[in-house]
Design a protein around this ligand. Structure first.
Ligand SMILES: [Zn+2]
Length: 386
């Protein structure tokens, strides 16, 4: 069944030879994203480790076959598509580093890593690419947002928006929190209706995160520093939040937590979808507040990441590695950012350090109908803090 389904959904407009080749490489990449996402979903739902057998989702097997074919066609030294564990390992690195010429620039997804090596979850680029593939893959990110929206639906209507903001802001600002502080947040803020959801955003601090019985905070983002095998390179441990490491190449040791049993850590989903992207959201919001602007985080239950002067200015921060993937996502939909009079799409400053043409490529690739202004977080602060 797969053959023609993919052929019709992804390869419907046969082009001249060269373009068709590029297209088939893109299809392989999109199917790899979709396959790995399904592998991850399956492993998470069943609680079992990924097996190289009949339990592997069809999409993953199909993607691996296409990868093997690509290796064969390009005369690669080895077959990279033979084993799911090898593929998952490679997928932690950007396509450009896979050692296959067609996956290196100008391949549009060259910068994309499909799996976040530290958190062990599919990256936001991976989820978006999978969505482009037209699949009905459950989007973990949406589920995470939905859990909070459902929880605040139990509040009186006039309190919902503020409750949404307070709870999400708590997770972003306090990815590691004392259990007693979490309870205090619930009681003093009157968040009883959302107790279960709030608890579901946190988990106990894992043994693997401890340094001889104690946990250690990242001095930059407030999540954890994790012990690394290479102690000489990371004597204090290493933060697993990609956006934090990109913004701060040097690690900073924060407070030590002597009784980790009395603390909680945000779940992998909370870290990946809220805390990581949230670092710049908080940075912008705090800078605008300090400049006297009426800034609100996640206004109207997440119509934007930062709202200024009610519905005057809406700012969304996106941390995608690839401007091409981000542009595709935005061209598909900007969500409720459209309700603001002026709409700003901000990307962390480090994107420009890594790819000086990031904003240019983003503008060139965006073809949505809602006009957006693209800038870095610092540019957004400079412009709005006046
Ligand atoms: Zn950090």
């Amino acid at each position: 069944m797969g053959e023609w389904l993919y052929a019709t959904s992804l390869n419907e407009s046969p082009k001249a030879n060269g373009a068709a080749d590029m297209r088939s490489v893109e299809v392989t990449a999109v199917l790899l994203a979709r396959g790995l996402l399904e592998v991850y979903d399956l492993a998470e739902a069943s609680g079992k480790a990924v097996q190289q057998d009949a339990s592997l989702p069809v999409s993953a097997r199909r993607a691996m076959t296409l990868l093997s074919r690509l290796c064969l066609e390009t005369g690669a030294a080895e077959d990279l598509g033979g084993n799911i564990h090898d593929v998952m390992h490679m997928a932690c690195a950007p396509f450009r580093d896979w050692g296959l010429r067609p996956l290196a620039p100008p391949f549009p997804y060259a910068d994309v890593s499909l799996i976040d090596r530290d958190l062990g979850v599919p990256t936001e680029d991976c989820r978006e690419m999978a969505r482009q593939g037209g699949s009905e893959v459950a989007a973990h990110e949406e589920l995470q947002h939905e859990a909070l929206r459902t929880a605040v639906a139990g509040y009186p209507p006039r309190q919902r928006s503020a409750a949404y903001t307070a709870i999400r802001e708590l997770v972003v600002r306090r990815p590691v929190i004392r259990v007693s502080d979490l309870l205090e947040f619930v009681t003093s803020g009157g968040h009883y209706a959302a107790t279960q959801a709030i608890q579901s955003f946190y988990r106990p601090i894992p043994q693997a995160a401890l340094f001889g019985g104690a946990a250690r905070l990242c001095g930059h983002c407030g999540s954890l520093l994790w012990p690394e095998r290479d102690v000489s390179a990371h004597p204090d441990g290493r933060c697993r939040i990609r956006q934090c490491r990109l913004a701060h190449p040097g690690s900073l040791r924060g407070e030590d937590i002597a009784e980790p049993g009395e603390w909680k850590l945000a779940t992998a989903a909370s870290l990946a979808f809220w805390v990581g992207p949230g670092l710049d959201e908080i940075r912008i919001h705090d800078a605008l507040l300090a400049a006297g602007r009426a800034s609100v985080l996640y206004p109207e239950a997440d119509a934007a990441d930062v709202g200024v002067d009610e519905l005057e200015v809406g700012i969304d921060v996106k941390t995608y590695a690839s401007p091409v993937v981000l542009a595709a996502r935005l061209s598909h939909s900007v969500g409720r950012l459209g309700i603001f009079r002026e709409r700003i799409l901000a990307v962390p400053d480090d994107k420009i350090r890594l790819n000086p043409r990031y904003l240019e490529q983003l503008r060139a690739s965006y073809c949505g109908t809602v006009p957006l202004r693209f800038m870095t977080s610092s540019q957004a602060i400079r412009e709005l803090a006046r």
